[in-house]
Design a protein around this ligand. Structure first.
Ligand SMILES: Cc1ncc(COP(=O)(O)O)c(C=O)c1O
Length: 413
C-alpha cells in the first residue's frame, strides 16, 4: 500500500480524514516555566497556541474571544470528517440531545446535565427565557441600567406584548462594594415584581455582581431570578448551582475559547416543565427530555459544538485558576495605568471582588479623533468611544496595554 493510501486508511479507522486534518499546535510549555518565568510562559502560549499575529494588539475579548489553534482545528477537522461522511450518524445538532457533551459541560459549569441546553449564544438563551415564562398583565420585571441590549430587549418586547411593567435600576459607577450592589437590587423588588433579570458581569462596565446574595434574597421573596452570564464563564470562578438562580444564559465564545456561535441555557431543575420552548420542532412537549427539549431547534453546525468542547478542554488544560489569575493580573496592571492617566476617569472600582478581566474608563474630553487614528494605525483592536471597556485574556501581552496608554499620551499629551 502506498504511504498516502496507508495514511488515509489509518485516518478512516480513527474516524478522521487524513488529507484534511489541520495542523496541531505544539504541546503546552512545561507548567514549571509558569512558576519560573511567567512572562515567558504566557508569551509562548500566545505565540504557539493562538493564531494572533505579532502586529495585532487585541483589547476587546469581551465582545468575542479568539479561538486557539486547537479549537480551529477541532472545527476544521469535524467539517472535513463530516464532508467525508466518516461517521455513522448525521453530522449536525438540532435534533440530538448531545448527552456526553452536556455531561462534560455540566461537570465543569457546576450543574446537572439535564439542566443544561446548548444554544448559539447568550442572546438566544435570554430570549428563550423571556419568551418562555408565563407572566400576566401588571406583572413587573426588574432589570438594571447596565444590561446588554440582549438582556434588555427580550424583556422590553415581552413587556410591550403582554402589558407588563419593566423597571430599570441605576447602578452607581463606580460602586462602593458588592454589599451595596446586593442591597440596591434586593431593595428594588416590590410586591408586583415577578422577575429579576441582571448580568452576573455587566456588559458596559465589566462589574462583577454578587449574584448568589441577590438570587438567594430574590428567590426567598418568590421572584424568578434570571442571570445573564454571558461574561461569567471563564472569567470568574463559580458553579451555577451555587448561584441559586432560576435561569442563566452563557456565551462561552467570549472567555472560554469557543468558536463564535456557542451558547448555553441553564434551567434550574424545578423550572424544567415551567418554561415554554420558543423554537419548535418535534419533542417540544416531551418533558422527559429535560433541558434537551430546548435543543430541538433544527439542523445546526455541529462543528461549532465540537469547537466549544475543544475550547473547554483547552481552558482546563491551561488550568482555570492559572487563566483567571493571569487575566486579573493583567487587568490590575491595566487599571493601574488608567489610574495614573489624567485624561480618564475609572468606572472600575479598586476592589478586586468587583472586576476580573474587564476595566472601564471614561474619557474626560470629547475630541478623541487623533487617539483613534493612532489606535487604527497601530492595529489596536478596542472600542473607540468616550466610554471604553478594555478586556484582557491570556493572549494579551503587557506591551499591548502599554501601547494603548502610550498612544493615549501621544495623542492627548
Ligand atoms: C452581558 C451580556 N449579555 C449578552 C450579550 C450577548 O452575547 P452574545 O452576542 O454572545 O449573544 C453580551 C455581549 O457582549 C453581554 O455582554
Amino acid at each position: 500500500m502506498e504511504r498516502r493510501q496507508f495514511l488515509e486508511a489509518a485516518g478512516a479507522l480513527l474516524g478522521v480524514s487524513a488529507a484534511w486534518r489541520a495542523e496541531s499546535p505544539p504541546p503546552l510549555p512545561d507548567p514549571k516555566l509558569r512558576q519560573r518565568d511567567p512572562e515567558q510562559y504566557w508569551k509562548r502560549i500566545r505565540e504557539e497556541q493562538f493564531l494572533l499575529p505579532n502586529w495585532r494588539a487585541f483589547l476587546n475579548n469581551g465582545s468575542l474571544g479568539v479561538a486557539p489553534k486547537l479549537v480551529v482545528k477541532a472545527v476544521a477537522d469535524y467539517l472535513a470528517s463530516s464532508a467525508a461522511l466518516e461517521m455513522d450518524y448525521y453530522p449536525r445538532w438540532g435534533y440530538e440531545t448531545l448527552d456526553e457533551f452536556r455531561q462534560e459541560l455540566a461537570a465543569f459549569f457546576g450543574c446537572r446535565k439535564d439542566e443544561l441546553a446548548i444554544t448559539h449564544n447568550a442572546t438566544e438563551a435570554m430570549s428563550m427565557i423571556a419568551a418562555g415564562l408565563d407572566l400576566k398583565p401588571g406583572d413587573e420585571i426588574v432589570i438594571t441600567d447596565q444590561e446588554h441590549p440582549s438582556g434588555r430587549g427580550c424583556w422590553q418586547m415581552k413587556a410591550a406584548r403582554h402589558g407588563l411593567t419593566l423597571r430599570e435600576i441605576p447602578i452607581p459607577l463606580p460602586p462602593e462594594s458588592p454589599e451595596q450592589l446586593a442591597e440596591l437590587l434586593i431593595r428594588s423588588l416590590g410586591p408586583k415584581t415577578r422577575v429579576l433579570s441582571f448580568s452576573g458581569i455587566t456588559s458596559p462596565t465589566g462589574l462583577v455582581m454578587p449574584v448568589r446574595e441577590i438570587c438567594t434574597a430574590a428567590r426567598a421573596k418568590g421572584v424568578i431570578t434570571v442571570v445573564d452570564g454571558a461574561h461569567m464563564h471563564g472569567q470568574i470562578d463559580f458553579r451555577i448551582s451555587d448561584l441559586n438562580c432560576d435561569y442563566l444564559a452563557g456565551s462561552p465564545h467570549k472567555w472560554m475559547f469557543a468558536p463564535a456561535g456557542s451558547g448555553l441555557l441553564y434551567i434550574r431543575e424545578e423550572n424544567l416543565e415551567k418554561l415554554w420552548p420558543t423554537i419548535i420542532s418535534g419533542g417540544w412537549n416531551e418533558t422527559k427530555l429535560k433541558a434537551a427539549r430546548f435543543m430541538n431547534v433544527g439542523t445546526n453546525n455541529r462543528a461549532i459544538v465540537e469547537g466549544m468542547m475543544a475550547g473547554l478542554r483547552f481552558y482546563q488544560q491551561l488550568g482555570p485558576e492559572a487563566v483567571r489569575d493571569r487575566m486579573h493580573q493583567l487587568a490590575r496592571y491595566l487599571r493601574s495605568r488608567a489610574a495614573e492617566c489624567p485624561h480618564v476617569e475609572l468606572l472600575t472600582p479598586e476592589d478586586d471582588r468587583m472586576y476580573a478581566a474587564l476595566v472601564t474608563i471614561r474619557f474626560k474630553q470629547d475630541d478623541l479623533k487623533k487617539f483613534h487614528e493612532l489606535l487604527q494605525a497601530k492595529r489596536v483592536w478596542c472600542f473607540q468611544s468616550k466610554q471604553v471597556r478594555l478586556a484582557v485574556h491570556v493572549h494579551t501581552r503587557p506591551q499591548d496595554i502599554d501601547l494603548y496608554f502610550d498612544l493615549l499620551r501621544e495623542a492627548l499629551g
